[in-house]
Ligand binder design. Structure first.
Ligand code: UTP
Length: 457
């Protein structure tokens, strides 16, 4: 048996966390090593500070600091020009795409990584496959490899990598798919600030939020690698949205024309009450105000046409300038931690697992959109939910498999109508068949009618 490392024991005592070694004697050497490695990887001083500031950290901005932001409309007159500029960059191979897939998907309640969930209404394709095929179609169209960076977490890594291997990387060149793991954060007991144990030899740890992308990108060496191969921009998206237009050239063109450091897509809020973060100017900087932080009078405020003043919801689709990302990763402390009060099953003093009846723990996450206020140059481009945003979050009701499936079918129907064809029944379109409506127009004749079920591939 190992003796607990004296330095570590002393450190734990200094931060009143020595209870974490309560079951030390019962652990195997291997378990002891694991626990020591977990403890060495955490920053006890930071955790103490976060706990002490728990009621102050998320002070919401007051109403007088929040203003509406300008948004480029979806039908901007310069859109053709912008698309051509975006396409030129894609032909130069200067774009990488980054998928964040480290979340635990707790609301969906699927026992595998969310990206493995089958969402294709007729094809049964998983979210991962749909995304990967879009990346493949993009690289074929522009004749350049598109590096596909996939962020996982300890909770999703092994299954995700295994899934890609099992499916031969969905046709992508293996060397263009880069997996990297995000970090974790411990949870603290709400009443005492003490670390929680998940088992006698293991802390309760969870992924450190999608804001963990920055540290993980830098630590993995991938940011440097992308830069050295001439990548100038990174398209960021989340695993749960099968409609996302990966590498959208028009969006890219707007981003380039404004020399923007971060650009984001925007969708209109469904209602003033919708629980979605909104883009706003806060102290003159672009930011996202979480729904829980938005003062009610501002959430409800309308202009003289009755439109919500703060209408610009966040579908989590961003474009980052690589130099800006580098600047952000130099000082990860720039991204604040957000606190959430959660129910976390953990060990009691007697070593028995407690399933708490109410919130007992503080969890800490960083959010990617907290990079926005650091940008000197930024822009927002409007899009619609129907064309680009249908996230899979819940097992039923809103944003569930049923609504996602309906959104995929509705988009295919809309594309067919735009090219003068018609879907009499259910049609799903593979990204490898048509990446967008322009490509569909080259393959489907006007006047064609699709009755029954059609998977266009
Ligand atoms: P959500 O915040 O919706 O979380 O993540 P989730 O894990 O999908 O689901 P719940 O909240 O547990 O039900 C939005 C996106 O950010 C990624 C998720 O994988 C998803 O693509 N994410 C979230 C990470 O990559 N890491 C994290 O630590 C958190």
């Amino acid at each position: 048996m190992l003796t607990p490392y004296p330095d570590l024991k002393e450190l734990l005592c200094r931060y009143e966390q020595e209870h974490i070694l309560a079951f030390w004697e019962r652990l195997t050497e291997q378990q002891q090593r694991t626990l020591v490695a977990q403890l060495e990887a955490i920053d006890l001083a930071l955790l103490r500070r976060l706990y002490q500031q728990r009621d102050k950290i998320q002070a919401a901005p007051s109403a007088d600091r929040i203003e509406p932001v300008p948004v480029i409309p979806a039908d901007a007159p310069e859109r053709e020009q912008r698309r051509a500029e975006g396409q030129a960059l894609l032909r130069q191979g200067k774009l990488a795409v980054l998928l964040v897939a480290g979340g635990q998907g707790s609301r969906l309640g699927f026992d595998q990584p969310k990206g493995m969930y089958p969402v294709g209404p007729l094809s049964g394709k998983s979210l991962f496959q749909i995304h990967a095929e879009k990346v493949l179609a993009l690289s074929r169209r522009y004749g350049q490899p598109v590096p596909f960076l996939i962020m996982t977490s300890p909770a999703t890594h092994t299954d995700t990598v295994g899934f890609f291997e099992q499916h031969q990387w969905f046709g992508l060149p293996k060397e263009e798919v880069f997996f990297f793991q995000q970090g974790t954060m411990p949870a603290l007991d709400l009443a005492t600030g003490r670390l929680l144990l998940e088992s006698p030899g293991s802390l309760f740890l969870s992924p450190d939020g999608h804001g963990g992308t920055l540290t993980a990108l830098a630590r993995s060496g991938l940011l440097e690698q992308m830069k050295s191969r001439g990548i100038e921009h990174i398209f960021y998206f989340q695993v749960d949205n099968p409609l996302v237009r990966i590498g959208d050239p028009e969006f890219l063109g707007h981003h380039l024309a404004a020399r923007s450091q971060v650009s984001s897509k925007v969708v209109a809020k469904r209602s003033a009450q919708e629980k979605v973060g909104v883009f706003a100017r806060v102290d003159g900087r672009c930011a996202i105000v979480e729904y829980s932080d938005l003062p009610e009078e501002l959430a409800l405020a309308t202009d003289d046409q009755g439109k919500l003043k703060l209408w610009a919801g966040n579908p989590a689709i961003h474009l980052f300038d690589v130099a800006f990302l580098e600047q952000m990763t130099r000082d990860p402390e720039k991204l604040p931690f957000h606190l959430a009060r959660k129910k976390v099953p953990c060990l009691g003093a007697d070593g028995q697992l407690i399933d708490p009846p109410k919130e007992n723990a503080l969890k800490f996450e960083r959010f990617i959109f907290d990079t926005l206020p650091a940008a000197e140059r930024w822009l927002l481009v409007e899009t619609t939910r129907a064309s680009e945003f249908a996230p899979l979050k819940n097992a039923s009701g809103e944003d569930s498999p049923a609504t996602v499936e309906a959104a995929i079918l509705a988009l295919a129907r809309d594309w067919l109508e735009q090219v003068g064809a018609e879907a009499g029944g259910k049609v799903e379109i593979s990204p490898l068949y048509a990446l967008d409506v322009e490509e569909l127009a080259t393959k489907v004749f006007a006047g064609t009618r699709f009755d029954g079920e059609w998977y266009l591939q």
